[in-house]
Design a protein around this ligand. Structure first.
Ligand code: FE2
Length: 202
């Protein structure tokens, strides 16, 4: 799906003087509407955004911080649909040119260390990486369950994680790596997604 050409070859993103600069949710959604034609990808980004915001809230971070986490989730794959060969590079350049808070850009840049060559460092970086693939797998699981998220259990998700033919494009390796880096158990991560993902505005 992706190759080494996606390597970003840098470790610093944006500018420290832009700390605290954000765009509104409306502006971010406008960017997505401009850039992304694939509805499923938009749903994916909205779900990850919601998980990010909820996680920041669960850590008692301020509303400003929660919005930053939300934006990182909402925009992390914005360039994947139209510019897969420039995935990550394009959205980083866009956010740098809009003088967006470097922490948001960094989280996006490190959401796939194997591909982009940027190590997740902050909690925001690590949680974006951790939620990304797992969110998709649990969404797929909800769609095949007659009751969706209702009654979904951690053990059911773990069974799907073990079954490599289920949502086969979802990298189990990345999920395990991300959970380890974030120092969160797979069980806790899965439970968090089960509880919160159904409330994402999609
Ligand atoms: Fe993603």
């Amino acid at each position: 799906m992706v190759n080494s050409s996606l390597k970003l070859n840098k470790t610093s993103f944006g500018s420290a003087e832009n700390a605290g600069n954000v765009i509104t949710e409306k502006e971010a959604l406008e960017l997505l509407n401009d850039w992304v034609k694939n509805e499923k990808l938009i749903v994916h980004m909205k779900q990850v955004a919601h998980l990010m915001k909820e996680f920041a809230a669960s850590e008692s971070l301020s509303l400003e911080e929660q919005h930053k986490w939300y934006l990182a989730g909402l925009l992390h794959d914005a360039d994947w649909d139209q510019w897969p060969e420039q995935h990550c590079k394009k959205i980083i350049l866009e956010l740098e040119s809009r003088k967006i808070d470097p922490e948001i850009i960094r989280a996006i840049a490190s959401h796939g260390p194997r591909y982009f060559g940027v190590e997740p460092e902050t909690k925001m970086d690590k949680m974006l990486y951790a939620f990304d693939e797992l969110s998709g797998l649990i969404h797929a699981y909800s769609l095949m369950r007659p009751t969706g998220y209702e009654g979904m259990q951690v053990k059911g998700v773990k069974k799907r994680l073990k079954d490599k033919t289920f949502a086969a494009q979802v990298s189990r390796e990345d999920i395990n790596d991300a959970a380890e880096r974030a120092n969160v158990s797979i069980e806790d991560l899965v439970q968090f997604v089960i509880i919160h993902q159904k409330d994402a505005k999609i």
